[in-house]
Design a protein around this ligand. Structure first.
Ligand SMILES: [Zn+2]
Ligand SMILES: [Zn+2]
Length: 471
């Protein structure tokens, strides 16, 4: 048996609804903020990531999937989404588009990580990139996009941590202060921190090893060393978050693992009994576009791992019900009904209803069993008897109620019942009782238009999502 490579997963039909739900929620949130999707290649010239991600980062040093192609070029499977977007921005002259240019992506990313629980070598990310605006309002907006996405997914427990890592000017002064503090303590710190001491001391604050964390707990905070413009920017971000009514904590230990950040950095962290760890990370990176060969352009963004979101949601009891669900199953009582079933199937599908019928010559009993497994709401039965009488048997599989309906009208009848259920849900009893058939159609259309996004989304996704309060 050929197996999948280590660190990869198969997303099977029974589970893909979870990914759809998150991807659709991400797209829906992105739409509200006027973001548009950008898709860049899954591999790029290796040089892009050396310049765009930073040669001192773990990603570039240890974790990239780099290989030489048949033309002798070094290429790399994208380890993150940001550098490719910056490259595409420069290469396609997107600097000429109206600003800010607000983009998002949903993409697989590849990292050669040691296989361990929860670490995938290929996972998927939702990311946001906003170019061309330096105002703190766009930092705050980026944070809100992440916050709203999490909220719409039901993840309300995620805590927002923010920090400012300053600009090259103020960071220089801070680096000196930090180095002076760390210098005599270095022998007690881990080899990675020792390596970082010269090139990137800020990242020492990120070290999770208990010995190092104990030492850095008393280190000077960068927020005390910001230059006036950086301080003003950070104050601006906090003020706008206050206006939005968002809770946050200024956490001087958030520095993010990538070299390109300046000023605002942020993380959403799950911190409940059931789930822990970073869900989303992002910040500002005004240098990046310049680093990959464009004219400097302010930029801010974030990334969140989709599989990580799924783990958190499952741990938090935000259950997915991805069970199959169809509107109707057309039961062929015998072969004489075959033609009628095909025609009826086409009619249902033209009415936007998802239906199924038998392709395996199963008995009527087995067809009902299949309908049940598929979660069908109705069964429509046609056979020689029904053809003779001209009436199909329509059975509501939830209530068990059976009705004889002229074959020609069976589709309209079932679709009408769905509309009726919909109206009963939308209007109160009195309003509903007063409607005549014509009004029902008109009111139904109005309500349908009002609810079209929500309902269409639900119908197409065929997935129901609820918070399990009993857990
Ligand atoms: Zn500064
Ligand atoms: Zn360390």
């Amino acid at each position: 048996m050929i197996t999948k490579p280590k660190g990869t997963i198969d997303i099977l039909p029974a589970d893909s609804g979870k990914w759809h739900f998150i991807e659709n929620t991400a797209r829906e949130t992105a739409r509200l903020y006027n973001l548009r999707e950008i898709r860049t290649p899954n591999f790029e010239h290796t040089e892009l990531f050396l310049r765009g991600v930073g040669e001192t980062t773990d990603i570039v040093n240890k974790e990239m999937y780099t290989f030489t192609d048949k033309g002798g070029r070094s290429v790399t499977l994208k380890p993150e989404g940001t550098a490719g977007v910056a490259r595409a921005y420069v290469e396609n002259g997107l600097a000429n588009e109206p600003k800010p240019l607000k983009m998002y992506y949903i993409t697989p990313v590849y990292r050669y990580e040691r296989p361990q629980a929860g670490r995938l070598r290929e996972h998927r990310q939702f990311g946001v990139e906003i170019y061309g605006a330096a105002n703190p309002s766009i930092d705050a907006e980026t944070i809100m996009i992440a916050r709203d996405t999490l909220k719409r997914l039901g993840i309300e427990s995620a805590a927002l941590n923010i920090n400012s890592v300053g600009c090259p000017d103020c960071r220089k002064a801070y680096h000196e202060t930090l180095r002076a503090y760390l210098k005599e303590r270095l022998p007690q710190m881990c080899p990675t921190c020792n390596e970082r001491f010269e090139k990137n001391p800020l990242r020492i604050l990120d070290c999770k090893s208990p010995g190092c964390a104990g030492i850095t707990a008393n280190a000077p905070h960068i927020t005390d060393y910001l230059c006036e413009p950086c301080k003003g920017h950070f104050d601006g971000v906090k003020k706008i978050l206050d206006i939005y009514g968002v809770q946050y904590k200024v956490n001087p230990y958030i520095v993010r693992g990538l070299d390109y950040y300046n000023r605002t950095v942020f993380e959403f962290v799950a911190d409940s009994e059931r789930a822990q760890g970073t869900i989303c990370g992002g910040g500002r990176y005004d240098r990046l576009v310049g680093d990959v060969g464009g004219s400097p352009e302010p930029a801010v963004g974030f990334g969140m791992g989709i599989e990580r979101l799924i783990n958190i949601m499952e741990a938090e009891g935000l259950l997915f019900d991805t069970a199959a669900k169809i509107d109707a199953y057309l039961v062929r009582a015998d072969d004489s009904a075959a033609e009628t079933i095909y025609k009826m199937a086409a009619e249902f599908r033209a009415q936007e209803r998802n239906i199924e019928f038998d392709h395996l010559n199963r008995s009527v009993k087995a067809q009902f069993k299949a309908a049940d497994k598929l979660g069908a709401e109705y069964a429509v039965v046609v056979g020689a008897d029904e053809l003779r009488s001209g009436a199909a048997k329509v059975k509501n599989l939830k209530t068990g109620k059976e009705t004889a309906v002229p074959i020609q009208e069976a589709c309209d009848y079932v679709c009408g019942s769905f509309m009726d259920d919909f109206l009963k849900e939308e209007y109160d009893e009195e309003e509903y009782a007063e409607m005549d058939d014509k009004q029902k159609i008109v009111y139904g259309k109005i309500k349908r238009t009002e609810k079209i996004l929500e309902k269409v989304r639900e119908a197409y996704r065929n997935i129901y999502f609820r918070k399990n309060k009993d857990k």
